[in-house]
Write a protein that binds this ligand. Structure first.
Ligand SMILES: Nc1ncnc2c1ncn2[C@@H]1O[C@H](COP(=O)(O)OP(=O)(O)OP(=O)(O)O)[C@@H](O)[C@H]1O
Ligand SMILES: [Mg+2]
Length: 508
């Protein structure tokens, strides 16, 4: 009989073997994903301090790898919060290590993105990554790292400390990787453009391997309020989470336990719930048996009187900023934006923001241009699987006199403490009925505004034509009738023309 061997693999080993899951499928996708992951981290880092991000990305050519792919050096610098020195090795050299495992709206959630980029660089070039970071205190730290893939541990090859005379704060990440920039270029440039659209307060600079400079300059320094951390909502908990809370809780009765570890559960709600579920308020949570914990979870989901999650912890872009971003990057003739009221799915609060833009520099290409965002990250792949696209396809556009051959761009932004991504590569959003409903309602609202704009424009066009006819023939008629009447002076046509101008077409 053949011998079966069992073994355990580390988290880095897992992602090394399954790079596709994180979006590092081939040299084209990989170079795009690497840039995106590092830029996301930089945006998070600057926003956590409510500082307008200043991000510099440089991709330079290092050498040839094969016919299709080449070796590049990627450098990303930001003015964000920096990483405390003792965390630098793990933050950049240990998969599934991060500071963002909190119920808070931010781009990073998995503790994986930056490391996947570095890991990919390592396995394709065998070169270490260099990280330079300072939290703005008296020192700047430099680490040269590699990842021990089998043990999922950072290997520190070099470490230097410098005096921070200038008070610099931020992070620089630099490493080599194999990629196919030429193929990836359209997506990378699109990524920067769309990032600039939903982060209109950021300065983004990108220097490509040919030395071409792409600059996306901020249109405002106003930033949305940073998201706040929040407690889990009772509708969103599972047994694992309950167990973890029970382990760490300093409270020794159920009443205090519920009040202090759950979102929007106060004294009254907690008491009502305990009565509903037949649990004594004085019961010590640490004494709950496994069966009781499972029952507690079911009861939490069944109880109808919990207040919905408060979206105060979310940080949507806001209608003004969304409008600024769309006007800045798409330069349309018309734009309507709308922010939906907060909603929830499975205990997670979320807010949908939508925009519809028409005309101007938007190309007419036989279909709508669709821009999708999750927590201010542009989603550029797998469009067909995304919930927004399904909603857009299902919408009855004819009702609004809108047709796909019009120059129209649609923007959908979903922000949440937990965006329902389908993959860790954050490419598309799952089809949750609650999310679908919010997007549909948002779209209806902005499309109604577009319809009003189009109807008015059509009306103005018609009037313009009508007046054109009048102003062409009226002078002749006047001349004619003056002659017929045997008068010298023709009547004042201007007055007549003014009288046939209808409401809404002043100034024509
Ligand atoms: N430019 C940066 N400035 C400050 N901290 C950073 C920066 N880049 C990474 N970090 C820190 O390193 C951690 C790991 O980053 P990484 O991208 O691997 O995971 P993540 O952002 O937490 O989650 P995700 O997998 O969704 O990207 C972050 O949680 C953050 O604490
Ligand atoms: Mg990240």
């Amino acid at each position: 009989m053949a011998q079966v061997t069992f073994e355990e693999i580390s988290a880095s080993d897992f992602f090394y073997r399954n790079r596709d899951i994180a979006g590092f499928t081939n040299p084209t996708r990989a170079i795009f994903a690497a840039i995106r992951e590092l830029v996301e981290n930089s945006l998070d880092a600057a926003e956590s301090l409510k500082i307008p991000p200043e991000i510099y990305v440089r991709l330079s050519f290092e050498g040839e790898a094969s016919k299709e792919s080449q070796i590049y050096k990627l450098l990303v610098e930001d003015n964000g919060c920096g990483v405390p020195p003792r965390h630098i090795p793990s933050a950049f050299g240990q998969v599934l290590f991060g500071s963002k495992y909190k119920l808070k709206q931010q781009r990073g959630t998995f503790g994986l993105g930056g490391k996947m980029a570095i890991l990919y660089g390592q396995i394709t070039t065998h070169q270490p990554a260099t990280i330079i970071s300072s939290t703005g205190m008296s020192r700047i730290y430099m680490y040269k790292l590699m990842i021990d893939i089998q043990r999922n541990r950072p290997i520190i090859l070099d470490r230097k400390v410098f005096l921070n005379k200038e008070g610099w704060r931020g992070t620089v990440v630099e490493f080599s990787l194999e990629g196919d920039y030429l193929r990836a270029m359209p997506k990378i440039l699109e990524y920067f453009k769309q990032t600039a659209m939903v982060n209109p307060y950021a300065n983004l600079t990108f220097v490509d391997p040919k030395g071409r400079l792409y600059k996306f300059t901020r249109a405002t320094t106003i930033m949305p309020d940073p998201p706040k951390e929040t407690l889990p909502h009772p509708y969103g908990v599972d047994v694992e989470l309950l167990q973890r809370l029970i382990q760490v809780t300093p409270y020794n009765n159920m009443l205090e336990f519920l009040k202090n570890h759950f979102h929007r559960v106060g004294e009254i709600t907690a008491r009502k719930f305990l009565e509903f579920s037949g649990i004594s308020p004085s019961k010590n949570p640490k004494r709950l048996s496994h069966e009781e914990i499972v029952r507690l979870m079911h009861m939490l989901k069944k109880f109808k009187e919990f207040l919905p999650p408060d979206a105060g912890c979310l940080s949507p872009l806001g209608e003004e900023l969304l409008k600024t971003g769309v006007l800045k990057e798409l330069k349309p003739e018309f734009v309507a934006v709308h922010q939906r009221k907060p909603a929830t799915y499975a205990g997670h609060p979320f807010i949908v923001e939508v925009a519809i833009a028409y005309g101007g520099e938007i190309p007419q290409k036989g279909g709508f241009l669709i821009y999708r965002f999750g927590n201010r990250i542009p989603l550029l792949y797998d469009e067909a699987s995304d919930v927004s696209v399904k909603v857009i396809n299902d919408m009855n556009w004819r009702r609004y006199k809108v047709t796909p051959d019009m120059p129209i761009a649609i923007v959908v932004h979903i922000c949440s403490t937990k965006v329902p991504y389908k993959t860790v590569g954050k490419e598309f959003i799952a089809d949750r009925p609650e999310v679908r409903r919010e997007i549909a309602n948002g779209l209806r609202e902005v499309t109604r505004q577009l319809q009003r704009f189009l109807t008015r424009r059509e009306h103005v066009d018609r009037e313009r034509k009508r007046l054109g006819v009048f102003s062409k023939y009226l002078p002749r008629i006047a001349e004619f009738s003056t002659k017929l009447a045997g008068k010298e002076k023709p009547p004042d046509i201007e007055k007549l023309l003014r009288s046939v101008k209808r409401f809404g077409v002043e100034g024509i």
